[in-house]
Design a protein around this ligand. Structure first.
Ligand code: AKG
Ligand code: FE2
Length: 346
């Protein structure tokens, strides 16, 4: 393990002790379990998802999809139209959505929160290309993206093994104790927002992670600071799940009732190939209050990107160019004028 990274505490010893789990997550701001789910189920899901990823052309043809050998001429990420095209095919896979409802996850989350929960309809898969590290998910608190309630729980799980060099998730224990949403700033990485934990004296900026194995799962509440580690492998894709769970009766932000945005899909695009109906629109039988998405976090990041681009920041210029390329119809005239002024070809 990298010198600066510490190893997670494993909480399997407390799996059947809800009070102890509640104490630990309240104190540490995360819970990590080894082999919470039978690894075979993850390997099966990996086969299905990686086979699709190979079909969309992102894995080297003729290699075993289980090895996840990326064609690195095709490095795409969230925000690229090319990413959306491939991700949409993966996003339609029924078993990928079903994984967010596996009883192993639901049972342990109910124990750690001590109340009934509902999985958010918006499931997320991360398909991370090697050596594309400028786009890695930066340090953040999930609330800025998923909103609704501080009590939401994120579950992050690799689909297969995920040693540190493949870029798994790392957290700062106890960082949730800041008990507020910290200022986030523009970042080129996934989600587009980064927090600087060193600006806050009440946070001890020590990062914890592990060499994840198939079946392992990490859980944390919406204020815990975390990031993905860079995928430094030569040629391997990192494939993982990140799903969110809410207390029944809590607020849910409206965008969490829709498919993950980079897929550019609606539920009606997703459902036709499914074998079973039980998960289709399942959330409609709950009456959780739906609240509007707070756009201020993203708007602040975009405003900063414009300022930083004006000052010559390469990441900000890249992000603005990407916006123009992928959503030419919605791009602000101010952005076009700025890129023109900077002499940037789009
Ligand atoms: O896997 C990633 O790159 C980001 C995941 C993340 O931020 C999360 O699970 O909340
Ligand atoms: Fe996150």
């Amino acid at each position: 393990m990298n010198d600066q990274l510490k190893e997670f505490r494993v909480s399997n010893d407390a799996m059947n002790d809800p009070e102890e789990l509640q104490r630990r997550i309240a104190d540490e701001g995360y819970l990590f379990f080894k082999r919470l789910v039978n690894p075979d189920r993850l390997w099966e899901l990996r086969r299905e998802m990686m086979s699709m990823i190979q079909q969309v052309g992102w894995l080297v043809a003729g290699t075993d999809p289980m090895d996840g050998i990326a064609d690195i001429n095709m490095r795409y990420t969230e925000g690229d139209n090319e990413y959306s095209a491939g991700y949409a095919e993966v996003y339609k896979i029924e078993n990928f959505h079903r994984a967010g409802h596996w009883p192993e996850y639901l049972d342990i989350i109910e124990k750690m929160v001590g109340k009934p929960i509902m999985p958010h309809p918006q499931k997320i898969a991360r398909i991370w290309f090697p050596k594309y590290t400028e786009h890695t998910t930066p340090k953040h608190q999930d609330f800025v993206h998923f909103q609704g309630s501080y009590d939401n729980i994120t579950c992050w799980a690799p689909i297969g093994d995920c040693p540190i060099e493949l870029g798994g998730l790392a957290v700062i224990p106890k960082s949730h104790k800041v008990d507020r949403v910290l200022d986030h700033h523009f970042s080129l990485g996934a989600g587009g927002l980064i927090v600087d934990e060193t600006e806050h004296e009440d946070i001890d900026p020590v990062w914890y992670t592990t060499d994840y194995e198939a079946g392992d799962a990490l859980f944390f509440p919406a204020l815990t600071i975390h990031q993905a580690l860079p995928n430094y492998t030569e040629d391997k894709l990192r494939l993982s799940l990140d799903n969110r769970y809410m207390l029944v009766g809590d607020n849910v932000a409206e965008h969490m009732l829709t498919p993950h945005e980079p897929s550019l899909l609606t539920w009606d695009d997703i459902y036709p190939g499914w074998q079973s109906d039980d998960l289709k629109y399942y959330w409609k039988s709950y009456d959780n209050p739906v609240v509007e998405k707070d756009l201020s976090f993203g708007e602040k990041g975009r405003a900063e990107a414009i300022e930083m681009a004006r000052a010559g920041n390469e990441h900000a210029i890249y992000a603005l160019k990407r916006g123009v390329k992928n959503s030419p119809d919605t791009v602000a005239p101010e952005v076009l004028a700025l890129l023109d002024e900077l002499g940037v070809e789009v």
